[in-house]
Design a protein around this ligand. Structure first.
Ligand SMILES: O=C(O)CCC(=O)C(=O)O
Ligand SMILES: [Fe+2]
Length: 428
């Protein structure tokens, strides 16, 4: 387990020009999670950069209000005897309380973010949002490929109509964000292709139009993939999407926040084919990991690339997009109405569920729950993966940790298949 100091060091490597004090506050607010701390830091900085004309005073007031709200939540948790206190390695509870109050300090608020200590180059790059329209630019700058008009027009329109109807029964997912229960700002639904068994009562089978779309998209992606490097640990065979996470954004304010897609059941280095239907929305990408594989043009972690995804477009997220980048669909002030969908957008993300990463092959944490698979995105272990506790609630994570051994997993899975086969055909 890394100490608070080591995590701070990781953050410093990621954001070389940033003030240590700001990174330290971000790390405390993130409950000691480097990835969340990076987001908190970048969001604060972005917010700051977006409003250069606001007076220092009003910026300061809103910053303090936010911090006060955050700290109230921290205090509420810490005062609640039934909830496990927030744990940050290397800090006692007392220090956490004392230090989180310290973030109300006026001096510190004024110093967020530091203008003077950061190098000019980073300062110039950091506020950059680059809009990318041309597929050539998208391929050079990001680990994605954009294909417009991917489906025959009639198929795209009929799939949109079907999904609009289906979306009436899509649900808002609930999850934990910084220990607080929160609801996703859009609705979604899982689908599985027809050759798969529906194991979860929450999943539905692909409607026939989705199956047709899947085949076209699968062929397009496998064709494009022939021109690309295939990493040692990605699925070596053809890409064969068998599940689809679908989203509905009812209006311009519905969104999905910065995230990378979970690898637990997809395995390392997945390919994700994301089809957009209905209203055009901005899909934004930001690198946050160390691109040691050098597949995209070097960019600052805070450079945001914004890509308009029009009706019937496919964005392919190639590996290592989920390992080293984050993506979001941000809220917008206005959108152009779509003739069929009005203000709605439907998104279908085709993915390949890999059996060797199924539930039976996933370790169980100390809580007795299935673990989640996470990549190391920086430092000397970049390129490795580990299993960790998936709990996000107020009870906190347990300290389960296990490196993923990809070769061993493959062997274990083959062994498991052999045993199952022997049980089915004992005479063989
Ligand atoms: O709506 C989109 O384009 C992205 C959706 C997404 O990122 C997801 O479902 O994981
Ligand atoms: Fe995603």
């Amino acid at each position: 387990m890394e100490t608070f100091k080591e995590k701070l060091q990781q953050l410093k490597l990621l954001l070389p020009g940033a003030r240590e004090q700001n990174l330290s506050v971000s790390l405390r607010l993130s409950n000691g999670e480097v990835e969340k701390a990076l987001n908190i830091y970048l969001e604060q900085r972005e917010r700051h950069d977006k409003s250069p004309f606001e007076s220092k005073q009003s910026k300061l007031e809103s910053f303090i209000k936010e911090k006060q709200a955050d700290n109230k939540d921290i205090e509420k948790n810490d005062n609640n005897p039934s909830s496990n206190k927030r744990k940050i390695e290397g800090l006692t509870e007392k220090t956490v309380n004392k230090d989180s109050k310290k973030s109300l300090n006026l001096q510190e608020a004024l110093r967020w973010p530091s203008k003077t200590n950061e190098p000019t180059v980073e300062k110039r790059i950091r506020s950059q949002t680059l809009r990318l329209y041309r597929p050539e630019d998208i391929s050079v700058r990001t680990p994605c490929t954009l294909i417009n008009n991917v489906l025959p027009k009639e198929l795209a329109n009929s799939l949109l109509r079907i999904m609009l109807k289906e979306s009436d029964t899509f649900k808002r997912n609930q999850g934990f964000l910084f220990g607080q229960l929160s609801t996703t700002p859009h609705t979604s639904q899982y689908y599985v292709s027809n050759e798969m068994k529906v194991e979860s009562s929450n999943a539905r089978h692909f409607p026939p139009e989705m199956e047709q779309a899947k085949i076209i998209i699968m062929n397009v992606i496998n064709e494009k993939r022939k021109e690309r490097k295939i990493y040692e640990y990605e699925e070596q065979g053809d890409w064969n999407p068998n599940i689809a996470a679908t989203n509905c954004y009812a209006d311009s304010k519905e969104c999905v926040n910065w995230h990378s897609d979970k690898l637990t059941h997809l395995g390392p280095l997945p390919i994700i084919g994301s089809l957009s239907l209905g209203v055009t929305r901005q899909f934004r990408l930001r690198r946050f990991g160390n691109d040691s594989l050098n597949i995209t043009k070097p960019s600052s972690p805070s450079t945001i690339y914004s890509i308009p995804l029009v009706h019937n477009s496919l964005i392919i997220m190639w590996p290592p997009c989920q390992e080293l980048w984050k993506h979001e669909v941000c809220p917008q002030n206005s959108i152009d109405q779509h003739p069929i969908a009005g203000s709605k957008r439907i998104n279908i993300t085709f993915r390949q569920f890999r059996d060797e990463y199924g539930n039976e092959m996933t370790p169980i944490c100390n809580h007795g729950e299935l673990c989640m698979l996470k990549p190391v995105f920086n430092g000397r272990n970049v390129g490795r993966y580990f299993y960790t506790c998936n709990a996000g609630g107020p009870e906190g994570k347990c300290d389960f940790f296990e490196w993923l051994n990809i070769d061993k997993k493959k062997k274990d899975f083959e062994e498991r298949l052999r045993i199952l086969e022997n049980k089915r055909n004992p005479d063989k």
